[in-house]
Design a protein around this ligand. Sequence first.
Ligand code: SF4
Length: 180
Amino acid sequence: MDRVKLATLWLGGCSGCHMSFLDLDEWLVELAARADVVFSPVVDIKQYPEQVDVALIEGAVCNEEHLEIVRRVRARTRIVVSFGDCAVTGNVTAMRNVLGKAEPVLQRAYLEAADEHPQIPAEPGIVPPLLDRVVPVHAVIPVDHYLPGCPPPADRIRALLEALLDGREPGLTGEQIKFG
Ligand code: SF4
C-alpha cells in the first residue's frame, strides 16, 4: 500500500483508547513514515475528508451528531475499525441504557444531581440531542474489523495497524481479542 490515509474518531468514549494509541511511542515515528493522519482529535482538521483508507472509531454512538459522523465515515472510508470496547459493545458508555430513554438520563444528571442552577443543556445546532439508547458502531454502519479492550493495549493496536498497512487481514487471536 502507498501512503495510507489514516483517521481516528472520538465518539462516546473517555479518550482512553486514544491515550493507548499515543502509547505506541516510538512506533508512531514508523507509522508517520507510512501514513498521513487526515482526521483525528489530535490534529486540527475540521472536515472528514474523502477517500480515507483506515478509520479507527473510539466510543459508542450516543447522539445524533455521532450518527451523522459514522455514516459519513462509512461512506468515505475503505476500512472501518471499531476501536475499543465502547465502540465494539457500548461498554461503559451504554450503562445509561438501564434508565430506558434519554429523558431520565438528562433529568438525573442535570436536574436531580445539580447543586446549583439545574438546567438541561439545549442549544439547537450546538448541543446534539442524545439518542434514547447508546449503541455500538456496528449497530449503525458495517464495520470491517474489531479491536477490543478497555482500552486496547498499544501492542494490540500496533498488530492491527501493521497488518492493515501491509495489506494483510489482522487475524487477531488469543490475548489480542480480550475485552476489558
Ligand atoms: S473502551 Fe475503555 S478506554 Fe476506550 S473509550 Fe471506552 S471506557 Fe474509555
